[in-house]
Design a protein around this ligand. Structure first.
Ligand SMILES: C[S@@+](CC[C@H](N)C(=O)[O-])C[C@H]1O[C@@H](n2cnc3c(N)ncnc32)[C@H](O)[C@@H]1O
Length: 266
């Protein structure tokens, strides 16, 4: 069962119930909370981005993010001992998953820019960080959350073996600037798993093209999606930023939108 807040609660855009696809991803992190605590957690968060499995497979948050199954092959089952950085974490699903898979230290950062597009898209006002906090409490998690802009990551003064950069490169004004700061935070032998918006045009795939989106083109009333990338354009940006390149792992269409995921290694 999932509890969604829909038209009856005055949302501008319907929040779908999680399908089997979202539940399959959520089930990788079974939280197993007491049902009353799980319900309280759901109620205190006005909108969820990620779908979480709260009480062993019957109660799920109604996350607005759709079908992340294509990301799973890019995530190692065993992260024992690694230092992991999750950039643009939102509710933190991937940071908590890294912790559950054995990471020694996980830092999750977000500048909470999502408050603007959640407000314009759904008419919901978030304080910022409430979904992350609710799940951290249920899990008794040690993941460290920082409200921080990705361009200020150097203030962390530590380096990471694995950096997760999901769903954010197309939302920043300077993609090359973001890749350069990620490169500086990477430990020797480390890698970045990068997921972003694609171009959805097979004639462009082999070219170093970057699609510039119309405001609201990708999600209605969300003016913060600026770019779509090909594997070739990501590879060139990666090399400008000091990586060896971008290795594409998958470029699926999800919910009618092109996505691309791959690895940046040094
Ligand atoms: C679409 S969500 C993706 C959430 C999660 N990483 C995922 O893919 O499942 C993008 C996130 O990046 C954050 N973000 C955007 N620009 C950022 C920046 N410059 N620094 C830190 N976070 C940023 C947003 O606030 C939002 O939480």
């Amino acid at each position: 069962m999932a509890i969604a807040r829909n038209a009856a609660q005055g949302l501008r855009e319907r929040i779908p119930e999680p399908t089997a696809a979202e539940r399959e991803v959520a089930d990788l992190l079974p939280i197993d909370a007491d049902p009353d605590r799980a319900r309280l957690a759901i109620e205190r968060v006005p909108l969820w981005f990620h779908t979480f499995s709260l009480d062993g497979g019957s109660l799920y948050t109604s996350g607005v993010a759709r079908d992340h199954r294509y990301r799973l092959p890019a995530l190692s089952q065993d992260l024992t001992g690694l230092r992991v950085l999750d950039v643009g974490t939102f509710d933190g699903f991937y940071a908590f998953l890294a912790e559950a898979r054995g990471a020694a230290r996980v830092v999750a950062v977000d500048n909470e820019q999502y408050r603007d597009w959640v407000s314009s898209r759904w008419g919901v006002e978030l304080e910022g960080g409430e979904g992350f906090e609710a799940i951290a409490e249920l899990l008794g998690s040690r993941v460290e959350y920082r409200r921080l802009d990705a361009y200020d990551l150097d203030t962390l003064r530590e380096r990471f073996d694995l950096v997760l950069c999901f769903g954010i490169l197309h939302r920043v004004e300077s993609p090359l600037g973001l890749l350069a700061v990620l490169r500086r935070r990477l430990a020797d032998g480390g890698r970045v798993v990068l997921e972003t918006y694609g171009v959805g045009d097979s004639s462009l795939e082999t070219r170093s093209a970057i699609h510039v989106c119309e405001p609201g083109e990708v999600y209605a009333r969300d003016d913060f999606v600026y770019w779509g990338f090909t594997a070739t354009s990501l590879d060139r940006l990666a090399r400008h930023a000091g990586f060896a390149g971008f290795r594409s792992l998958a470029a699926p269409t999800v919910d009618g939108r092109p996505r691309i995921i791959g690895e940046l290694a040094v």
